[in-house]
Ligand binder design. Structure first.
Ligand code: SAM
Length: 458
């Protein structure tokens, strides 16, 4: 919880100037508890709670009356929901109003880790759309990958590149999201330590960095494509100035008519509109969003390479070992990497993925199915969590306690004589793989996914 006196003095002065008479109500809101909210995964639709209050701008979003220990909820581990601050979910409504979401789209989330907006985008898109989630900071890529694997959609690619390294994908995307690194003023209540990093110099630094990211993002859009620029900060230097700059680059600012009762504040300058959430006006943290249509011409479409550079087709004799793991195997083609990892790529995305494969060197895409060890096929954890996995595979339903023991990577004693691969399941959702070997059942949870918390304390 934040108290007014811990706010940096120049920040207070700026906010007083920005909010005028509203400033005391704003600072009072910073002393209130942070609302807890989650967004459910529409393709793993099992989460429900009668005491949850809906988020007005996102039908998949809900406020919880208190903060549970999410780590110890097997549904959270299975990707049934993502814990996300509610203001950020405004992105869902902005795109539902403006994008042709019923069509196959190519979407890039350029600053994606840890994956909050990527999971939101994935849920908005059709299954034959392509979502590329990129993160430039190496140490943040694993959490992004893990969150996207949990969410479970096979039409997702995760890449690790500087925005300037996307040049070969000029004109490729229908939607680009730049959820930019920022001075984080909107998170002061949630993370009071963020105030320590705040300075006027840092605001200026962030504003410049954002403009560099935006200038790398612009050429990636198709003519008529949408650019979303968002931050979790309040100042005009980062928000409106950069929105204004986008307008000067030939983009059209799109006005969004959010209902007044939502409390989102429209900020306008020179025909450019941005939308600001303040914690004293919405039930959520500080967030800024602006949306643009690209009016600039793009060059010729990117040529489609004939083959994948980083993958070889899986030999025909190995295909029967992997197909039964999928609900609709004929919707995929199968490939193998030099390290023997097998991937299922949605047929419908084949051309787009070949383009991506040629354009980016540090990326992964499609559904990681598993790996061959001799003649044995070891299915991957990502496959267990995928929405594409077959519903007809042997499975065992675990109670909450055994589910948590599964996530502690303990071996379970189960009343099961099944030999071979077995899905561990909780309330109808897959948690991962077990393997029955006659005398016992081995737990195949990857060790990086193991929860470290003591499960008996709760
Ligand atoms: N979109 C994420 C979500 O909803 O979970 C949050 C993104 S966070 C606001 C901004 C991200 O930009 C961080 O993951 C950060 O590592 C990344 N970033 C930092 N510097 C960057 C740069 N120069 N270019 C691109 N991304 C950068």
């Amino acid at each position: 919880m934040m108290i007014n006196t811990t706010l940096p003095v120049p920040f207070r002065q700026r906010m007083q100037a920005q909010l005028g008479a509203e400033y005391p109500v704003f600072t009072a809101a910073l002393t209130e508890p942070v609302p807890v909210s989650i967004r459910v995964n529409p393709q793993k639709n099992v989460w429900q709670r009668k005491d949850a209050e809906p988020v007005a701008w996102c039908p998949e979003g809900f406020y919880l009356p208190e903060r549970p220990v999410f780590t110890l909820d097997p549904l959270f581990q299975a990707g049934a929901y993502y814990v996300q601050e509610a203001s950020s979910m405004l992105l869902a409504d902005a795109l539902r109003r403006t994008a042709r979401l019923h069509r196959p789209l190519r979407v890039l989330d350029l600053c994606a880790a840890p994956g909050g907006k990527s999971t939101l985008l994935a849920s908005l898109l059709t299954n034959d759309s392509l979502l590329v989630c990129n993160e430039v900071i190496r140490s943040r890529v694993p959490v992004l990958r893990e969150n996207m694997e949990k969410w479970g959609y096979p039409n997702v690619a995760v890449s690790h590149h500087d925005p300037e390294e996307f040049g070969a994908l000029a004109g490729f995307f229908d939607i680009v999201l730049v959820d930019a690194p920022c001075s984080g003023e909107g998170l002061f209540r949630k993370d009071p330590d963020a105030t320590l990093e705040w300075s006027e110099e840092n605001v200026a630094l962030c504003a410049g960095r954002q403009q560099r990211i935006l200038s790398a993002a612009l050429p990636l859009l198709q003519e008529g494509g949408l650019l979303v620029f968002s931050t979790c900060t309040y100042n005009d230097e980062e928000n409106l100035n950069n929105a204004d700059w986008l307008h000067q680059q030939g983009l059209e600012s799109i006005k969004l008519e959010f209902p007044d009762v939502w409390g989102v504040v429209e900020k306008s300058r020179n025909g450019v509109s941005g939308y600001q959430c303040y914690p004293h006006r919405v039930k959520g943290e500080g967030f800024f969003l602006s949306l643009f249509k690209n009016r600039n011409r793009t060059g010729a479409p990117t040529p489609v390479p004939r083959a994948f550079r980083s993958l070889k087709p899986l030999p025909a004799r190995q295909i029967p070992a992997v197909k039964p793991f999928l609900r609709q195997p004929d919707a995929f083609s199968f490939y193998i990497k030099p390290n023997l990892e097998v991937f299922a790529l949605p047929e419908v995305l084949s051309a787009d993925l070949r383009i991506l494969d040629a354009a980016l060197y540090n990326k992964g895409f499609g559904l990681e199915m598993g790996v061959f060890k001799g003649n044995d096929f070891i299915p991957s954890h990502a496959l267990a969590l995928s929405t594409a996995v077959s519903e007809d595979l042997p499975a065992v339903d675990l109670n909450r306690e055994d589910s948590l023991r599964f996530f502690k990577k303990e071996n379970l004693v189960l009343d099961s004589s099944v030999k071979g691969w077995l899905l561990a399941r909780y309330e109808g959702l897959n948690l991962g793989w077990l393997k029955g070997i006659g005398s016992r059942v081995n737990n195949y949870l990857p060790k990086d996914w193991r929860i470290r918390m003591d499960i008996r304390e709760y």
